[in-house]
Design a protein around this ligand. Structure first.
Ligand code: MGD
Ligand code: MGD
Ligand code: MO
Length: 886
């Protein structure tokens, strides 16, 4: 297509609008209702242009046609646009023209002066009820951008237009904003062109001169954010439209929950234990003590008496240094990260099935999927930007199957919701596989050419009739059949899953039997999309594992047992690499209790609150001779340490994260570290020096370069390249390798290049309800808080959810004599906690749910020591409990 814009010929992309064509030619067409994050509404009429033969059109809503002659500067058309704008602003107060908004900019461009505005506002009032989102109705022009953002991007449908005629303005439903369905994604704030919707207590728009592009430090989605800095703190954070996963969207945490960074509770100086208390100390003293005590343990008990838990919140470069510290300086493979207690079964299961530890497909493939199968994941709360993309895809026609014991938001929207009992995944997935085989909803060509294990699987599936599956899982056979049909017959069905699959005594079996479905269907390792995709949790849990912060794997997933891999590291590091696999996190605690482990270095993980069976964890910490905790807050874990080192948050440092779909993305410092706190990168190097070692790697960029030399999987990744080209997917094996968004296109990375089907029996969970403990407690997440809550509880998110609840079915509550809001005591075989009952039909009978974000309702006092038999991932999703009114 060729068009002419103001005399200049251009070739816009196929399907471009007249506006896009004009902009491609560099013409400045004014817009007000337009936002490229959603489809054009053409309502503001500022983008009027003349197209020869087609008259005056709204450029944003008119498709360009080959040969169009577009004129954007015709005086009569510009005058029309000016009149439209004058009509728009005549009800706005004059101050509106002075605000740093799109509206004011359009007024200046089109020559609409203050006289066109009203002397005063309409007196429609404000709504300041919400902790983050404030509304000044007098500034609203009813352009509908906020509504479109809420509907078409976020998918919450919280906003409408209300009122009559000239007084029509946006409204968050019938009540106040705080009472509305708003999930605080900030999309409306971000798109509002007039200053009607703003962030509480902030300027209408970020005006600070310093804007730093970085990656969100909360969950694994990897949203690109811009941090606007003012007075040494954050002025605002806005989502970056160039972000490949978030595309200009964000959630309540990434967008608003940054207040923790400047909280007075931040650790600003090292602390050293002095009897019962932790006393402020100098870096010199803290590091000298670490050198002496850890050096002493190594001297007396050998290097394997020392272990480290590395941080999935921290950067790749910091994780690379941490594993190098343990292997090259201390001399042990005792290093692990919270992937162990999260998606270790994904790494193990996906490696066994397909040969690589990463999810197989990029987020973009959500939009290509004809059916989305979401199993044991609650993305609208835990990965909200992905949740929004899934919801939009389901609203635009894809089938949605949700497998979750709870009626989550996506379950409520699903074509089929299989409310499987906690711990029954293997039965359900096997049941689906059997129906798919019976019905011929498979890809025989793919199975013959690219997969192994069909015969053994077929034999195993004889034991999984829909009736037996119903018995094991509570899922009715017709629903199971319908789910199998939707997944089995859709074009490029995509599997997305979470901890409801992995955090079980048979979590790896869950991943394997789920992967079976994609293999049977031939929906993995193809150009078309689909695949098997874990929603990895922490901002950098993928990266922490990629960097080799794992007891059995070196950087790039090369086994410590592999002599060649060790030799490669030894050559680059200039020292031998220990060949015996180290301790996993749960094994570290056991080893501490039986005296094999004497010193523990905990970096950015709050194990006393987040690991299962907290009593056991605390005993293990107490049993260690020496515990170092590197934190940004004085957590429950830090309180139990001998030395506390003050680190830096993601807003304060330089490096990279790897998100859930294997993208390396840059993290850049926006704020100074508080007090004498230091970047974790520098701290780990100082600890190495205190132990007489030298980790090299002068900068984070140099550390990633070194990693690229030892790990062929990331050989082509560097800070320089990321700065130049933007995010890169691994595998990225050379500097001209563009990276692989979709894995396994030609062959699988397994030893024989074929996908491996797995025949697995269903086995009971580690703990089951009985007469004494008749309810099943599921633990998981809530939208507004994040894991241990150390960060989100120090932000206004606390106002959105001030305390933890125990979610339960109204009939269970009635049987116990509990009302909504009543105190309920929850007791497991290990401990007791008290929470407030929340009655909801999201829960099935006999099952209750709570999160672990609040230390005063310590879910992990209850959870058991049962772990996945392959990876030692804890069974957080199944705990037998009794309930009692308090
Ligand atoms: N807001 C927020 N976002 C977060 C986090 C947070 O703390 N808060 N944490 C981050 C981290 S570390 C992670 S790992 C991710 C986790 O993200 P998700 O995996 O989505 O989170 P969960 O809520 O733990 O569990 C998901 C679902 O599993 C279901 N489930 C429980 N048992 C079973 C079962 O036996 N079978 C099936 N099919 N489903 C089951 C639960 O009902 C729950 O809805 O979230 C990340 N994002
Ligand atoms: N009952 C129950 N328990 C669970 C789960 C569950 O579903 N149910 N889920 C489990 C899962 S999936 C996970 S991943 C774990 C998460 O458990 P944790 O990793 O313990 O949880 P976070 O709150 O993310 O804690 C990280 C700690 O790092 C600190 N921190 C943050 N950024 C930085 C940094 O840049 N540098 C330093 N030095 N410190 C930093 C924070 O203050 C915080 O205390 O919880 C697990 N626990
Ligand atoms: Mo996690």
């Amino acid at each position: 297509m060729r068009v002419t814009v103001d005399g200049r010929e251009v070739e816009p992309a196929p399907g471009a609008t007249v506006l896009e064509a004009a902009r491609a030619a560099g013409a400045a067409v004014p817009t007000l209702c337009h936002d490229d994050r959603f489809s054009p509404s053409g309502s503001c009429r500022l983008c009027l242009v003349r197209v020869d033969g087609r008259g005056v059109v709204a450029a944003c809503a008119t498709p360009a046609a080959d040969g169009d002659v577009i004129r954007t500067r015709e005086p009569d058309v510009v005058a029309m646009a000016r009149q439209v704008l004058e009509l728009t602003v005549e009800r706005l107060p004059r101050e509106a023209r002075e605000l740093p908004t799109e509206l004011a900019a359009r007024c200046r461009e089109l020559g609409v002066d203050a006289g066109a505005f009203a002397a005063a506002g309409r007196g429609l009032g404000r709504d300041d009820s919400h902790p983050y989102v404030h509304l000044d109705r007098d500034l609203c022009i009813a352009c509908v951008r906020c509504v479109r953002m809420c509907d078409d991007v976020q998918g919450t449908f919280a906003l409408t237009l209300a009122g009559r005629g000239a007084d029509t303005v946006v409204a968050p439903g019938p009540g106040s904003w705080a009472q509305s369905a708003c999930v605080s994604c900030g999309g409306c704030v971000d798109t509002c062109p007039t200053g009607a919707i703003t962030q509480a207590g902030r300027q209408v728009a970020p005006v600070s001169p310093i804007a730093v592009d970085t990656t969100c430090g909360y969950c694994g989605v990897g949203c690109a954010l811009t941090v606007h800095v003012a007075d040494g703190g954050v002025d605002q954070i806005t989502p970056d439209r160039r972000g490949p996963v978030n595309r200009g969207h964000a959630c309540v945490k990434g967008r608003f929950a940054y207040g923790f960074a400047t909280s007075p509770d931040r650790l600003t100086t090292p602390l050293i234990r002095d009897g019962d208390r932790l006393a402020p100390a100098s870096w010199e003293d803290a590091l000298a003590l670490i050198g002496e005590r850890i050096g002493g343990v190594i001297g007396r008990h050998g290097p394997d008496a020392v272990a480290a838990i590395s941080s999935a919140r921290a950067t790749n470069e910091e994780n690379y240094l941490m594993q190098k510290l343990m292997r090259a300086v201390v001399g042990t493979n005792n290093v692990d990260n919270c992937s162990r207690i999260c998606h270790a079964p994904s790494a193990a299961g996906l490696t066994a099935a397909f040969g690589l530890a990463g999810g197989t497909n990029p987020a973009e493939d959500i939009e290509r999927a004809g059916c989305l199968l979401v199993a044991g994941a609650n993305p609208t709360e835990a990965h909200p930007v992905i949740g929004a993309r899934i919801r939009q895809r389901a609203l635009s026609g894809a089938k949605l199957v949700v497998i979750d014991p709870r009626r989550t938001e996506l379950a409520a929207l699903a074509d089929v919701h299989l409310a499987a009992r906690p711990g029954s995944n293997v039965a359900v997935f096997n049941g689906l596989a059997r129906i798919m085989l019976e019905q011929g909803w498979t890809d025989p060509g793919f199975l013959a050419d690219r997969a192994d294990g069909l015969d053994i699987l077929r034999e195993q599936l004889r034991r999984f009739s829909p009736e037996r599956v119903a018995q094991l899982s509570g899922v009715a056979p017709p629903a199971l059949r319908e789910a199998a049909r939707l997944y089995g017959t859709a074009q490029t069905p995509m599997i997305i899953y979470g901890l409801g699959v992995t955090e079980h005594a048979h979590g790896t079996d869950g991943v394997r039997t789920l992967a079976n479905l994609a293999i049977l269907r031939g929906a993995v390792g193809t150009q078309h999309g689909g695949g098997v995709n874990p929603l990895r949790g922490q901002n950098n849990v993928q990266g922490a594992s990629d960097m080799g912060a794992l007891p059995d794997l070196l950087p790039g997933y090369r086994p410590v047992a592999d002599a060649q891999a060790r030799a490669r590291c030894a050559q680059v590091w200039g020292c031998p690499v220990p060949d015996r696999a180290g301790l996993r996190i749960p094994e570290m605690f056991d080893a501490a209790l039986d005296g094999r482990l004497r010193a523990l270095y905990v970096f950015g993980e709050n194990i006393a609150q987040t690991d299962p069976d907290s009593g056991h964890v605390r005993a293990a910490l107490a049993a260690c001779e020496f515990v170092v905790c590197q934190e940004i807050f004085l957590t429950d874990t830090a309180r139990l340490a001998d030395v506390v080192l003050p680190g830096a948050s993601f807003l304060e440092k330089d490096g990279t994260f790897v998100n859930f779909d294997r993208r390396f993305q840059r993290v850049r410092p926006a704020l100074p570290t508080p007090g004498s706190a230091r970047a974790d990168f520098a701290i780990i190097q100082a600890v190495a020096a205190a132990l007489g070692g030298d980790l090299g790697c002068a900068t984070p960029a140099a550390a990633l370069d070194e990693c690229a030399r030892v790990a062929p999987l990331f050989a082509g990744v560097s800070h320089a390249r990321l700065d130049r080209e933007g995010p890169l997917h691994w595998p990225c094996r050379s500097t001209d390798d563009p990276g692989q968004p979709r894995l396994h296109l030609r062959s699988f990375a397994t030893p024989n290049g074929r996908a491996q089907l797995a025949a697995r029996e269903w086995l009971p969970p580690g703990e089951q309800p009985d007469e004494a403990y008749p309810y099943v407690l599921i633990t998981g997440r809530r939208l507004t808080h994040y894991n241990a809550g150390t960060m989100t509880r120090r932000t206004p998110n606390l106002a959105l959810q001030p305390h933890e609840t125990l979610d339960m079915h109204p009939a269970d509550a009635a049987a116990l004599g509990l009302r909504d809001g009543a105190a309920v005591e929850i007791t497991s075989r290990r401990g007791s906690v008290t929470a407030t009952a929340r009655l909801t039909s999201e829960m099935a009978l006999g099952q209750v749910f709570m999160a672990f974000h609040f230390p005063d309702v310590a879910a992990n006092l209850l959870t058991s020591a049962a772990v996945d038999e392959v990876t030692s991932c804890p069974e957080y999703k199944v705990t037998a409990v009794q309930l009692r009114p308090r």
